[in-house]
Design a protein around this ligand. Structure first.
Ligand code: ADP
Length: 191
């Protein structure tokens, strides 16, 4: 069983690297951003609520996000493990995740933190906005807000898992496959 958190600011490459990691380790992928976007597309009640926060670059409230994540984990009872992409994003979410996994006799093995500096993130997100169809990638003030929210609310998650000795940092700038190789060598050293 391998449970991994892929961590990093918006635009760090979590989605891209997730795909490679899933293929190699056979994990179930849980991307809270993807789940919210699917709900927005399907015009569900959750989607309408989530959209009101996402469009402003704010986080969806913890209670809503945690409940959703929990039900997604429960939908995958046979999973060999999970890759958590975009979750946890607050210290409260990290605590809730630990409780949830503990109740299933599981734990987080490793948090991989993709390190990318702010100017590069802004460039990538604006570039992605040209084709992603994501409203939150188009407006520079929304991008800036997401980065500020990341610094204020999400970086504590990295500290939280550092204290458990589970955080590893990977340079997120460079060739996608090279970054993937670095990630896998760090994961493998934890297995
Ligand atoms: P990115 O990493 O590029 O910001 P995501 O697809 O992970 O993109 O998330 C998009 C948006 O969805 C976030 O800006 C936030 O509003 C919302 N969101 C995603 N995950 C969470 C979470 N764990 N807690 C609260 N809000 C979230």
């Amino acid at each position: 069983m391998l449970n991994l958190i892929l961590f990093g600011p918006p635009g760090a490459g979590k989605g891209t690297q997730s795909q490679n990691i899933i293929t190699k380790y056979g994990l179930a992928h849980l991307s809270t951003g993807d789940i919210f976007r699917a709900n927005i597309k399907g015009e569900t009640q959750l989607g309408v609520l989530a959209k009101s926060y996402i469009d402003k670059g704010q986080l969806v409230p913890d209670d809503v996000t945690i409940k959703m994540l929990q039900s997604e984990v429960e939908k995958n009872p046979g999973a060999k493990g999970f890759i958590f992409d975009g979750f946890p994003r607050t210290a409260a979410q990290a605590q809730a995740l630990d409780v949830l996994l503990e109740a299933r006799n599981q734990k987080i093995n490793v948090l991989v933190s993709l390190e990318v500096e702010e100017e590069e993130l802004k460039k990538r997100l604006l570039e992605r906005g040209k084709t992603s169809g994501r409203a939150d990638d188009v407006d520079p003030s929304v991008i800036q807000k997401r980065i500020e929210v990341y610094k204020a609310e999400t970086t504590p998650v990295k500290e939280y898992y550092s204290k458990q000795g589970k955080t590893v940092e990977v340079n997120g700038i460079g060739d996608v496959l090279e970054i993937f190789k670095t990630i896998t060598s760090k994961i493998d050293s934890r297995l």
